[in-house]
Design a protein around this ligand. Sequence first.
Ligand code: FCB
Length: 410
Amino acid sequence: MSKKNILKFPKNFYWGASTSAHQVEGGNFNDWTEWEKKSSKSKVQNAKLENWSNYILENYPNPLQDNNYISGQACDHYTRYKEDFALAKSLNQNAHRFSIEWSRIEPEQGKFNQKEIEHYREVLLSLKERGLEPFVTLYHWTLPIWLAEKGGWLNPKTPYYFDRYVKIISENLFNEVDFWITINEPLVYAGDAYLKGFFPPQKKSIFKYFKVLNILAKAHQLAYKSLHLIDLDCQVGIAKNNIHFKNIFLAHYFWNKYFLNKIKKEQDFIGLNYYFHHRFFKGRKLLVSDLGWGFYPQGIYYLLKDLKKYKKPIYITENGLADIKDTKRIRFIKDHLKYIYQAIKEGVDVRGYFYWSLLDNFEWNKGFWPRFGLVEIDYKTMKRKIRPSAYEYAEICRENGVQLRKQIIK
Ligand code: FCB
Protein backbone atom coordinates (compact mmCIF):
# COMPACT_ATOMS: atom_id res chain seq x y z
CA MET A 1 0.00 0.00 0.00
CA SER A 2 1.46 3.35 -0.89
CA LYS A 3 1.75 5.54 2.17
CA LYS A 4 0.12 8.41 0.33
CA ASN A 5 -3.46 9.32 1.10
CA ILE A 6 -3.77 7.14 4.16
CA LEU A 7 -6.20 8.43 6.74
CA LYS A 8 -4.41 7.67 9.98
CA PHE A 9 -6.52 6.81 13.01
CA PRO A 10 -5.64 7.86 16.57
CA LYS A 11 -2.88 6.05 18.41
CA ASN A 12 -3.96 2.91 20.31
CA PHE A 13 -7.13 2.62 18.24
CA TYR A 14 -8.83 -0.76 18.67
CA TRP A 15 -9.39 -2.75 15.50
CA GLY A 16 -11.41 -5.91 15.74
CA ALA A 17 -14.54 -7.86 14.99
CA SER A 18 -17.58 -8.91 17.03
CA THR A 19 -19.49 -12.10 17.66
CA SER A 20 -22.14 -13.20 20.15
CA ALA A 21 -22.37 -16.47 22.02
CA HIS A 22 -25.61 -17.81 20.64
CA GLN A 23 -24.68 -16.97 17.07
CA VAL A 24 -21.33 -18.77 17.05
CA GLU A 25 -20.80 -21.12 19.99
CA GLY A 26 -23.10 -24.03 19.24
CA GLY A 27 -24.47 -26.51 21.75
CA ASN A 28 -26.50 -23.97 23.68
CA PHE A 29 -29.64 -24.61 25.69
CA ASN A 30 -31.61 -21.39 26.16
CA ASP A 31 -34.91 -19.68 25.29
CA TRP A 32 -33.84 -19.34 21.64
CA THR A 33 -32.79 -22.96 21.10
CA GLU A 34 -36.18 -24.13 22.37
CA TRP A 35 -38.05 -21.58 20.26
CA GLU A 36 -36.04 -22.47 17.14
CA LYS A 37 -37.15 -26.08 17.36
CA LYS A 38 -40.79 -25.07 17.64
CA SER A 39 -40.77 -22.42 14.93
CA SER A 40 -38.48 -23.74 12.17
CA LYS A 41 -41.27 -25.37 10.15
CA SER A 42 -43.39 -22.25 10.00
CA LYS A 43 -40.34 -20.20 9.08
CA VAL A 44 -39.75 -22.49 6.10
CA GLN A 45 -43.40 -22.05 5.09
CA ASN A 46 -43.07 -18.28 5.25
CA ALA A 47 -39.74 -18.37 3.42
CA LYS A 48 -41.40 -20.22 0.54
CA LEU A 49 -43.61 -17.21 -0.04
CA GLU A 50 -40.65 -14.90 -0.46
CA ASN A 51 -38.80 -13.99 -3.61
CA TRP A 52 -35.27 -15.36 -3.21
CA SER A 53 -32.49 -14.58 -5.60
CA ASN A 54 -30.74 -17.56 -7.15
CA TYR A 55 -27.38 -16.70 -5.73
CA ILE A 56 -28.76 -17.11 -2.22
CA LEU A 57 -30.69 -20.29 -2.97
CA GLU A 58 -27.66 -21.87 -4.61
CA ASN A 59 -25.62 -21.58 -1.44
CA TYR A 60 -25.85 -23.85 1.56
CA PRO A 61 -27.56 -23.54 3.96
CA ASN A 62 -30.44 -22.00 2.11
CA PRO A 63 -33.48 -20.33 3.65
CA LEU A 64 -35.91 -23.02 2.50
CA GLN A 65 -34.37 -25.70 4.70
CA ASP A 66 -35.53 -26.50 8.16
CA ASN A 67 -32.02 -26.61 9.60
CA ASN A 68 -31.34 -23.04 8.43
CA TYR A 69 -33.42 -21.94 11.43
CA ILE A 70 -31.87 -24.15 14.10
CA SER A 71 -28.68 -22.82 15.68
CA GLY A 72 -27.48 -26.34 16.66
CA GLN A 73 -23.70 -26.48 16.45
CA ALA A 74 -23.56 -22.96 14.96
CA CYS A 75 -19.86 -22.37 14.14
CA ASP A 76 -18.68 -24.69 16.91
CA HIS A 77 -16.78 -21.68 18.22
CA TYR A 78 -17.21 -23.01 21.77
CA THR A 79 -14.55 -25.61 20.98
CA ARG A 80 -12.72 -23.82 18.15
CA TYR A 81 -12.27 -20.41 19.74
CA LYS A 82 -8.47 -20.69 19.77
CA GLU A 83 -8.39 -21.33 16.04
CA ASP A 84 -10.75 -18.38 15.50
CA PHE A 85 -8.69 -16.02 17.65
CA ALA A 86 -5.56 -17.12 15.83
CA LEU A 87 -7.30 -16.06 12.60
CA ALA A 88 -8.23 -12.68 14.11
CA LYS A 89 -4.64 -12.24 15.22
CA SER A 90 -3.30 -13.21 11.80
CA LEU A 91 -5.58 -10.51 10.38
CA ASN A 92 -3.78 -7.91 12.53
CA GLN A 93 -6.73 -7.28 14.85
CA ASN A 94 -5.93 -6.04 18.35
CA ALA A 95 -9.36 -6.32 20.01
CA HIS A 96 -12.32 -8.66 19.98
CA ARG A 97 -15.94 -8.38 21.13
CA PHE A 98 -17.80 -11.50 22.22
CA SER A 99 -20.55 -12.41 24.67
CA ILE A 100 -20.90 -14.66 27.67
CA GLU A 101 -23.83 -17.05 27.51
CA TRP A 102 -25.89 -16.56 30.70
CA SER A 103 -27.63 -19.92 30.28
CA ARG A 104 -24.29 -21.73 30.52
CA ILE A 105 -23.29 -19.83 33.67
CA GLU A 106 -26.63 -20.19 35.48
CA PRO A 107 -28.45 -23.15 33.93
CA GLU A 108 -30.68 -23.45 37.00
CA GLN A 109 -31.86 -20.54 39.08
CA GLY A 110 -29.15 -19.60 41.59
CA LYS A 111 -26.84 -22.48 40.58
CA PHE A 112 -23.70 -21.20 38.95
CA ASN A 113 -21.54 -23.47 36.87
CA GLN A 114 -17.89 -22.92 37.77
CA LYS A 115 -16.71 -25.05 34.86
CA GLU A 116 -18.34 -22.68 32.40
CA ILE A 117 -16.89 -19.67 34.19
CA GLU A 118 -13.48 -21.29 33.75
CA HIS A 119 -14.25 -21.83 30.08
CA TYR A 120 -14.71 -18.09 29.61
CA ARG A 121 -11.54 -17.43 31.62
CA GLU A 122 -9.71 -19.61 29.09
CA VAL A 123 -11.37 -17.68 26.27
CA LEU A 124 -10.21 -14.40 27.79
CA LEU A 125 -6.68 -15.64 28.40
CA SER A 126 -6.49 -16.92 24.88
CA LEU A 127 -7.46 -13.47 23.57
CA LYS A 128 -4.94 -11.74 25.81
CA GLU A 129 -2.15 -14.12 24.80
CA ARG A 130 -2.71 -13.01 21.23
CA GLY A 131 -2.81 -9.33 22.05
CA LEU A 132 -6.56 -9.03 21.48
CA GLU A 133 -8.27 -6.70 23.96
CA PRO A 134 -11.57 -8.26 25.08
CA PHE A 135 -14.85 -6.34 24.98
CA VAL A 136 -17.29 -8.56 26.83
CA THR A 137 -21.06 -8.44 26.34
CA LEU A 138 -23.06 -9.81 29.25
CA TYR A 139 -26.46 -10.05 27.60
CA HIS A 140 -26.74 -10.59 23.85
CA TRP A 141 -30.40 -11.63 23.58
CA THR A 142 -30.52 -15.14 25.02
CA LEU A 143 -31.91 -16.13 28.42
CA PRO A 144 -31.66 -19.23 30.59
CA ILE A 145 -34.82 -21.31 30.23
CA TRP A 146 -35.80 -20.94 33.91
CA LEU A 147 -35.77 -17.17 33.54
CA ALA A 148 -37.72 -17.14 30.28
CA GLU A 149 -40.31 -19.25 32.09
CA LYS A 150 -40.54 -16.56 34.76
CA GLY A 151 -41.40 -13.97 32.11
CA GLY A 152 -37.88 -12.94 31.07
CA TRP A 153 -37.52 -9.17 30.72
CA LEU A 154 -41.16 -8.58 31.57
CA ASN A 155 -40.50 -9.73 35.10
CA PRO A 156 -39.54 -6.78 37.37
CA LYS A 157 -37.22 -9.13 39.27
CA THR A 158 -35.11 -9.89 36.21
CA PRO A 159 -32.74 -6.91 36.74
CA TYR A 160 -31.87 -8.43 40.13
CA TYR A 161 -31.26 -11.85 38.59
CA PHE A 162 -29.12 -10.18 35.94
CA ASP A 163 -27.19 -8.25 38.55
CA ARG A 164 -26.48 -11.43 40.50
CA TYR A 165 -25.14 -13.15 37.37
CA VAL A 166 -23.08 -10.08 36.48
CA LYS A 167 -21.52 -10.00 39.96
CA ILE A 168 -20.52 -13.67 39.73
CA ILE A 169 -18.92 -13.09 36.33
CA SER A 170 -17.12 -9.98 37.37
CA GLU A 171 -15.89 -11.34 40.72
CA ASN A 172 -14.36 -14.23 38.82
CA LEU A 173 -13.11 -12.48 35.69
CA PHE A 174 -12.48 -8.82 36.51
CA ASN A 175 -8.71 -9.27 36.21
CA GLU A 176 -9.11 -10.28 32.61
CA VAL A 177 -11.65 -7.66 31.48
CA ASP A 178 -11.49 -3.87 31.22
CA PHE A 179 -14.46 -3.27 28.92
CA TRP A 180 -17.95 -4.54 29.71
CA ILE A 181 -21.03 -4.18 27.54
CA THR A 182 -24.01 -4.97 29.71
CA ILE A 183 -26.77 -5.19 27.10
CA ASN A 184 -26.75 -5.48 23.34
CA GLU A 185 -29.20 -3.29 21.43
CA PRO A 186 -32.04 -2.92 23.95
CA LEU A 187 -34.43 -1.31 21.44
CA VAL A 188 -33.89 -3.89 18.71
CA TYR A 189 -34.38 -6.74 21.16
CA ALA A 190 -37.45 -5.23 22.85
CA GLY A 191 -38.96 -4.28 19.48
CA ASP A 192 -38.43 -7.64 17.82
CA ALA A 193 -39.49 -9.68 20.86
CA TYR A 194 -42.34 -7.59 22.30
CA LEU A 195 -43.66 -5.38 19.51
CA LYS A 196 -43.12 -7.02 16.13
CA GLY A 197 -43.30 -10.64 17.28
CA PHE A 198 -40.15 -11.71 15.38
CA PHE A 199 -38.09 -12.96 18.34
CA PRO A 200 -39.16 -15.14 21.26
CA PRO A 201 -41.45 -14.71 23.15
CA GLN A 202 -43.15 -13.16 20.08
CA LYS A 203 -45.41 -10.65 21.80
CA LYS A 204 -47.04 -7.71 20.07
CA SER A 205 -47.84 -5.15 22.70
CA ILE A 206 -46.71 -1.57 22.99
CA PHE A 207 -47.34 -1.71 26.71
CA LYS A 208 -45.03 -4.72 27.11
CA TYR A 209 -42.47 -3.09 24.83
CA PHE A 210 -42.10 -0.05 27.07
CA LYS A 211 -42.16 -2.16 30.18
CA VAL A 212 -39.28 -4.25 28.84
CA LEU A 213 -37.28 -1.13 27.93
CA ASN A 214 -37.65 0.16 31.49
CA ILE A 215 -36.65 -3.15 32.97
CA LEU A 216 -33.61 -3.39 30.69
CA ALA A 217 -32.54 0.11 31.74
CA LYS A 218 -32.86 -0.89 35.38
CA ALA A 219 -30.79 -4.02 34.74
CA HIS A 220 -28.06 -1.94 33.16
CA GLN A 221 -28.05 0.53 36.05
CA LEU A 222 -27.70 -2.18 38.68
CA ALA A 223 -24.98 -3.96 36.73
CA TYR A 224 -23.12 -0.70 36.16
CA LYS A 225 -22.88 -0.13 39.91
CA SER A 226 -21.88 -3.70 40.68
CA LEU A 227 -19.18 -3.81 38.02
CA HIS A 228 -17.63 -0.64 39.43
CA LEU A 229 -17.84 -1.87 43.01
CA ILE A 230 -15.87 -4.93 42.03
CA ASP A 231 -13.42 -3.13 39.76
CA LEU A 232 -13.24 0.63 40.14
CA ASP A 233 -11.38 1.12 36.88
CA CYS A 234 -13.42 -0.94 34.47
CA GLN A 235 -15.29 0.69 31.61
CA VAL A 236 -18.99 -0.08 31.26
CA GLY A 237 -21.45 0.74 28.49
CA ILE A 238 -24.11 -0.74 26.26
CA ALA A 239 -24.08 -1.50 22.54
CA LYS A 240 -26.68 0.79 21.06
CA ASN A 241 -28.11 0.31 17.60
CA ASN A 242 -28.65 3.75 16.11
CA ILE A 243 -30.22 4.49 12.76
CA HIS A 244 -29.70 7.57 10.68
CA PHE A 245 -33.11 9.22 10.17
CA LYS A 246 -33.20 12.03 7.71
CA ASN A 247 -35.52 14.80 8.85
CA ILE A 248 -37.55 12.61 11.19
CA PHE A 249 -36.78 14.22 14.47
CA LEU A 250 -39.15 12.21 16.62
CA ALA A 251 -37.86 8.90 15.30
CA HIS A 252 -34.30 10.11 15.84
CA TYR A 253 -35.04 11.14 19.39
CA PHE A 254 -36.88 7.98 20.32
CA TRP A 255 -34.72 5.39 18.57
CA ASN A 256 -31.33 6.97 19.09
CA LYS A 257 -31.54 8.95 22.33
CA TYR A 258 -34.34 7.80 24.59
CA PHE A 259 -32.54 4.80 26.09
CA LEU A 260 -29.13 6.49 26.23
CA ASN A 261 -30.71 9.37 28.11
CA LYS A 262 -32.20 6.97 30.65
CA ILE A 263 -28.75 5.62 31.48
CA LYS A 264 -26.84 8.87 31.04
CA LYS A 265 -25.28 8.71 34.49
CA GLU A 266 -24.35 5.07 34.19
CA GLN A 267 -22.12 4.78 31.18
CA ASP A 268 -18.39 5.21 30.73
CA PHE A 269 -18.51 4.83 26.96
CA ILE A 270 -21.03 4.44 24.19
CA GLY A 271 -20.97 1.38 21.97
CA LEU A 272 -22.46 2.24 18.59
CA ASN A 273 -23.87 -0.46 16.32
CA TYR A 274 -24.55 1.07 12.94
CA TYR A 275 -26.07 -0.67 9.96
CA PHE A 276 -28.44 1.60 8.09
CA HIS A 277 -30.37 4.63 7.15
CA HIS A 278 -34.02 4.87 8.15
CA ARG A 279 -36.27 2.42 6.38
CA PHE A 280 -38.84 4.91 5.12
CA PHE A 281 -36.25 6.15 2.67
CA LYS A 282 -37.70 6.49 -0.79
CA GLY A 283 -35.11 8.57 -2.66
CA ARG A 284 -32.02 7.55 -4.53
CA LYS A 285 -31.44 3.81 -4.92
CA LEU A 286 -28.78 2.71 -2.48
CA LEU A 287 -26.35 -0.14 -2.83
CA VAL A 288 -27.79 -2.98 -0.77
CA SER A 289 -26.54 -6.00 1.15
CA ASP A 290 -27.90 -9.53 0.65
CA LEU A 291 -30.47 -8.68 3.33
CA GLY A 292 -31.62 -5.63 1.40
CA TRP A 293 -30.11 -3.21 3.92
CA GLY A 294 -29.06 -0.05 2.05
CA PHE A 295 -25.55 1.42 2.32
CA TYR A 296 -25.48 4.86 3.82
CA PRO A 297 -22.00 5.38 5.25
CA GLN A 298 -22.53 9.11 5.75
CA GLY A 299 -25.11 8.13 8.36
CA ILE A 300 -22.43 7.04 10.80
CA TYR A 301 -20.84 10.50 10.60
CA TYR A 302 -24.07 12.27 11.54
CA LEU A 303 -24.77 9.82 14.34
CA LEU A 304 -21.27 10.21 15.76
CA LYS A 305 -21.50 13.98 15.68
CA ASP A 306 -24.74 13.74 17.56
CA LEU A 307 -23.37 11.28 20.14
CA LYS A 308 -20.53 13.71 20.86
CA LYS A 309 -22.98 15.57 23.10
CA TYR A 310 -22.74 12.77 25.66
CA LYS A 311 -19.02 13.58 26.10
CA LYS A 312 -18.05 9.91 26.33
CA PRO A 313 -15.58 7.81 24.38
CA ILE A 314 -17.28 5.92 21.57
CA TYR A 315 -16.50 2.47 20.22
CA ILE A 316 -18.12 1.23 17.03
CA THR A 317 -19.17 -2.12 18.47
CA GLU A 318 -20.83 -3.39 15.25
CA ASN A 319 -20.86 -2.40 11.60
CA GLY A 320 -21.06 -4.91 8.79
CA LEU A 321 -23.04 -6.45 5.99
CA ALA A 322 -24.32 -9.72 4.63
CA ASP A 323 -22.46 -10.31 1.36
CA ILE A 324 -21.98 -13.93 0.40
CA LYS A 325 -19.95 -13.06 -2.69
CA ASP A 326 -17.73 -10.64 -0.80
CA THR A 327 -17.89 -8.12 -3.62
CA LYS A 328 -19.15 -5.18 -1.56
CA ARG A 329 -17.70 -5.80 1.91
CA ILE A 330 -14.42 -3.93 1.65
CA ARG A 331 -16.07 -0.94 0.04
CA PHE A 332 -18.61 -0.93 2.86
CA ILE A 333 -15.88 -1.04 5.51
CA LYS A 334 -13.71 1.62 3.90
CA ASP A 335 -16.54 4.02 3.23
CA HIS A 336 -17.73 3.79 6.83
CA LEU A 337 -14.20 4.25 8.11
CA LYS A 338 -13.75 7.39 6.06
CA TYR A 339 -16.78 8.93 7.67
CA ILE A 340 -15.66 7.77 11.11
CA TYR A 341 -12.32 9.42 10.39
CA GLN A 342 -14.08 12.62 9.43
CA ALA A 343 -16.01 12.59 12.72
CA ILE A 344 -12.76 12.03 14.64
CA LYS A 345 -11.16 14.97 12.81
CA GLU A 346 -14.08 17.07 13.99
CA GLY A 347 -13.49 16.16 17.60
CA VAL A 348 -15.56 13.01 18.18
CA ASP A 349 -13.71 10.68 20.55
CA VAL A 350 -13.96 7.37 18.65
CA ARG A 351 -11.55 4.78 20.01
CA GLY A 352 -12.30 1.54 18.22
CA TYR A 353 -14.02 -0.25 15.35
CA PHE A 354 -15.42 -3.78 15.45
CA TYR A 355 -16.62 -5.25 12.18
CA TRP A 356 -19.69 -7.52 12.46
CA SER A 357 -18.71 -10.29 12.29
CA LEU A 358 -15.46 -12.22 12.55
CA LEU A 359 -17.27 -15.35 11.34
CA ASP A 360 -20.35 -16.19 9.33
CA ASN A 361 -22.93 -17.08 11.95
CA PHE A 362 -26.51 -17.76 12.96
CA GLU A 363 -28.44 -14.58 12.19
CA TRP A 364 -31.28 -14.97 14.75
CA ASN A 365 -34.74 -15.50 13.23
CA LYS A 366 -33.25 -15.43 9.71
CA GLY A 367 -30.96 -18.34 10.42
CA PHE A 368 -27.68 -19.22 8.75
CA TRP A 369 -28.06 -17.94 5.23
CA PRO A 370 -26.95 -14.28 5.65
CA ARG A 371 -23.14 -14.21 5.50
CA PHE A 372 -21.63 -11.41 7.54
CA GLY A 373 -18.22 -12.99 8.16
CA LEU A 374 -14.74 -11.79 7.42
CA VAL A 375 -14.20 -15.52 7.64
CA GLU A 376 -16.45 -17.90 5.75
CA ILE A 377 -17.75 -21.01 7.49
CA ASP A 378 -18.47 -24.23 5.66
CA TYR A 379 -21.19 -25.51 7.99
CA LYS A 380 -20.77 -29.11 6.81
CA THR A 381 -17.10 -29.37 7.68
CA MET A 382 -16.75 -26.36 10.03
CA LYS A 383 -13.77 -25.31 7.93
CA ARG A 384 -12.84 -21.65 8.12
CA LYS A 385 -11.80 -19.71 5.04
CA ILE A 386 -10.61 -16.12 5.11
CA ARG A 387 -12.50 -13.95 2.63
CA PRO A 388 -10.52 -11.56 0.37
CA SER A 389 -12.05 -8.50 2.07
CA ALA A 390 -10.66 -9.72 5.40
CA TYR A 391 -7.12 -9.38 4.03
CA GLU A 392 -7.85 -5.83 3.00
CA TYR A 393 -9.33 -5.06 6.42
CA ALA A 394 -6.15 -6.61 7.87
CA GLU A 395 -4.13 -4.00 5.96
CA ILE A 396 -6.23 -1.27 7.54
CA CYS A 397 -5.66 -2.74 11.01
CA ARG A 398 -1.93 -2.99 10.35
CA GLU A 399 -1.60 0.54 9.02
CA ASN A 400 -3.96 1.95 11.67
CA GLY A 401 -5.44 3.75 8.72
CA VAL A 402 -7.44 3.51 5.57
CA GLN A 403 -6.28 4.24 2.07
CA LEU A 404 -8.38 6.79 0.25
CA ARG A 405 -10.21 5.51 -2.80
CA LYS A 406 -11.40 8.92 -3.72
CA GLN A 407 -11.13 12.18 -1.87
CA ILE A 408 -14.14 12.73 0.36
CA ILE A 409 -12.50 14.65 3.15
CA LYS A 410 -12.39 18.40 2.64
C1 FCB B 1 -27.31 -6.71 15.21
C2 FCB B 1 -27.10 -7.74 16.31
C3 FCB B 1 -26.08 -8.80 15.94
C4 FCB B 1 -26.23 -9.24 14.50
C5 FCB B 1 -26.27 -8.05 13.58
C6 FCB B 1 -26.36 -8.40 12.11
O1 FCB B 1 -28.54 -6.08 15.38
O2 FCB B 1 -26.64 -7.12 17.47
O3 FCB B 1 -26.21 -9.86 16.85
O4 FCB B 1 -27.31 -10.06 14.37
O5 FCB B 1 -27.33 -7.22 13.92
